[in-house]
Design a protein around this ligand. Structure first.
Ligand SMILES: Cc1ncc(COP(=O)(O)O)c(C=O)c1O
Length: 428
């Protein structure tokens, strides 16, 4: 039996309705922007394997440093012990993180990075003896799949099965174009109705990812953060998707005048090599957990906290990220996305063409209402796969988020495939 058939006997895949999906494609090799399957087909990974890959697959620098680390120290308990890769990485992250961040708490994926931030925010107030236990988040937000992360995410098809058990969160509308005033008003209304009980605002800065690649302006986020600051509400930037260059800057918060109290990181942190997460916070937050009273400890930790091999991968990826070549690639991809938008902005099938940094998105417009469960989704996915391109639309929202090593020629193949959609799928 081949790998795909064996898989179907024993494996349960994420975000996949097995009864409606075909056999998974068995990938045997990755190199640069390409993934190769067991029958010899190759695919351009235009979604960076769920937004994690920055520098291409099987990058030799990352592989070498992971190998070296594995031969030196593969893992050690991170309570009472430390190691150089963890310290080096924390020091380096702090050089590119928004100002005021001063401590790094490690975990192992994006959901735990946000879960940690929410728990830190709630316990911060408790440790200070102030009763604040409400969280504000955006409608359409996605912060992960654990219960806390689901709670602060939008209520949607992803969370329906658990709705009764999620804690209450105040959701404010996403500031779309022209609707900024409504978002500001809603935030102010909730603050005055919940007099001094709001602990934090959590947000995906500039782009809401899984909610549909919804983009909004830095200016309005600055305004919302200003209101939070005036009302002693902590701000948590979930940079799990936007971090490490995706938006053109190291962090999307780099576009802001104000800076958050906490930042959540994962995905690109290891260049897409290993499961890893981190949450940074200000000195003020960290200090609120220092006490002779042990009950003020942050009782959170994962077995693989600060895994040295993951830290080594993150350090190798960091070196590649800050190199000139990578900066130039990020600017080049952003410029090419803008050209794509200029060229196609009159195509009726593509609604709301938009890009921020290396992320390009659009809705493929039909009579059906836009949604994650849009019937076009599977057709679009199969269409691109047939052309050797992995684009995994969110319903009818098509987006391109490639590894930074993608060449202009490879980007051209992705763009041409999108541009051929109207005719080839008979959607005009
Ligand atoms: C903004 C954001 N936060 C959190 C997560 C959860 O990350 P993970 O899938 O690693 O748990 C995601 C994943 O897509 C994300 O986009």
């Amino acid at each position: 039996m081949d790998i795909s058939s064996r898989d179907q006997q024993v494996i349960w895949h994420p975000y996949t309705q097995a009864q409606l999906s075909g056999a998974p494609i068995a990938i045997v090799k990755g190199q640069g922007v390409y993934l190769f399957d067991q029958t010899g087909n190759k695919y351009i990974d235009a979604v960076s394997s769920w937004w994690v890959n920055l520098h291409g697959h099987s990058h030799p620098d990352i592989a070498r440093r992971v190998f070296e680390q594995l031969q030196t120290l593969e893992h050690v308990i991170f309570a009472g012990f430390t190691h150089q890769p963890a310290v080096d990485l924390a020091e380096r992250l702090l050089t590119i993180l928004p100002s005021r961040q001063s401590r790094i708490f490690y975990s192992d994926n994006g959901s735990t990075a946000t879960e940690v931030a929410v728990k830190m925010a709630l316990q911060y107030w408790r440790n200070k003896g102030i009763r604040k236990n409400k969280i504000i988040a955006f409608e359409h937000a996605y912060h992960g799949d654990t219960f806390g992360a689901m709670s602060v995410s939008a209520r949607s098809g992803f969370t329906d099965a658990f709705a009764d058990l999620l804690f209450d969160v105040i959701h404010i509308p996403l500031p779309g174009r022209g609707e900024e005033a409504q978002t500001v008003n809603e935030l102010q209304r909730h603050i005055s109705e919940n007099q001094d009980t709001i602990a934090a605002l959590i947000f995906e800065p500039l782009i809401l990812g899984a909610g549909g690649m919804l983009m909004y302006e830095a200016k309005i986020l600055d305004q919302l953060m200003g209101i939070c600051s005036e009302n002693s509400i902590l701000t948590i930037a979930d940079e799990v998707m936007t971090g490490f260059g995706r938006t053109g800057k190291n962090f999307a918060c780099g576009y802001l005048a104000r800076q958050p109290d906490m930042v959540c990181m994962s995905k690109g942190i290891t260049g897409g090599t290993m499961a890893f997460g981190a949450t940074s916070c200000t000195d003020e937050i960290y200090s609120a957990f220092l006490s002779d009273d042990r009950s003020k400890t942050f009782f959170h930790g994962h077995s693989y906290t600060a895994n040295p091999v993951a830290c080594a991968a993150a350090l190798a990826s960091f070196d590649l990220l800050v190199a000139d070549e990578c900066r130039q690639n990020i600017s080049r991809i952003s410029a090419r996305h803008k050209e794509f938008i200029t060229r196609n902005h009159e195509i009726k099938l593509f609604r709301n063409l938009r890009c921020t940094g290396t992320i390009l998105a659009m809705e493929v417009e039909t009579d059906e209402k836009s949604s994650y469960f849009h019937s076009l989704s599977t057709r679009l996915y199969a269409f691109f796969l047939n052309k050797g391109i992995i684009l995994r639309p969110l319903g009818n929202t098509l987006y391109v988020m490639p590894p930074y090593c993608i060449t202009n020629e490879e980007l051209g193949l992705v763009y041409s495939a999108i541009e051929s959609l109207p005719e080839e799928l008979h959607l005009v």
